[in-house]
Design a protein around this ligand. Structure first.
Ligand SMILES: [Mg+2]
Ligand SMILES: [Zn+2]
Length: 240
């Protein structure tokens, strides 16, 4: 029974959406000093929690301005297909994001997409963003105390908490903030910077362009691999 016994974790920004909402907010509304903070994160001098807290403190935008920008962010149309495939196979789907609940709710709650209504059984683990006048405040609850990586949202910790016993964990991502999740998952679907990281770190992954391809890959996850003990099933490759 392909796909049974699996659990799917998706990054949000750049994975479910075509563009990164946090980057779009910073590019549009932040003092340019956000780029120096970004460099400090990319070079590993600070973690994403410290990075995002400092960057969001540089944003000045009304709630309306932010909402209008978020309404322009495209969602990968394959996401609905992926949800269909997983629902048909009884595979749980969760979202683990360094990005912000405010953006996720606004984008997935769009009436024309109606995706939030399809995620009532899913956990959405993310950072928190709230307006304070025209300034924005980022806070982080997953976990409440910073993890060893300094993650805004610690994806491997969230995945471990949500993991069902014996299930093959599948992670789908696109960026550098996905690297610890990719190291922890059994099966990885990667594009863009995450694919480059996996290449460098010799982490096996399935390259993908859109979530429709990921849905196909999940549909073909080998049943045999799913029955292996957890120690042996690490990095099971879908037979696509
Ligand atoms: Mg991303
Ligand atoms: Zn972490």
């Amino acid at each position: 029974m392909p796909g049974a016994g699996a659990i799917v974790f998706l990054d949000f920004d750049g994975t479910i959406t075509r563009d990164d909402a946090t980057d779009a907010i910073l590019e549009a509304f932040a003092d340019p000093a956000w780029l120096q903070i970004e460099d400090a994160w990319v070079s590993g001098r600070i973690g994403s929690r410290e990075c995002l807290a400092a960057q969001m403190a540089l944003v000045t935008a009304s709630r309306n301005q932010l909402d209008r920008l978020l309404d322009e962010i495209d969602v990968d149309r394959g996401f609905a297909t992926l949800l269909d495939v997983c629902a048909a196979r009884g595979v749980p789907v969760h979202i683990v994001s360094d990005g912000f609940d405010y953006c996720i709710d606004r984008i997935l709650g769009r009436p024309d997409l109606n995706l939030l209504a399809r995620l009532t059984d899913s956990c959405i683990v993310s950072s928190r963003l709230r307006p304070e006048g025209s300034r924005w405040r980022a806070t982080f609850a997953h976990p409440p105390e910073p993890c060893a990586h300094g993650c805004a949202t610690c994806k491997p910790a969230a995945m471990e908490r949500l993991q069902a016993a014996g299930a093959v964990s599948v992670f789908v991502g696109d960026g550098l903030s996905d690297r610890y999740a990719a190291m922890a998952a059994n099966v990885v679907f990667a594009k863009d910077k995450l694919a480059a990281f996996c290449d460098n770190a010799s982490i096996p992954y399935m390259p993908y362009g859109t979530l429709a391809a990921v849905a196909e890959g999940i549909d073909r996850l080998p049943g045999a691999g799913l029955r292996l003990p957890r120690s042996l099933s690490r990095k099971v490759m879908p037979s696509v």
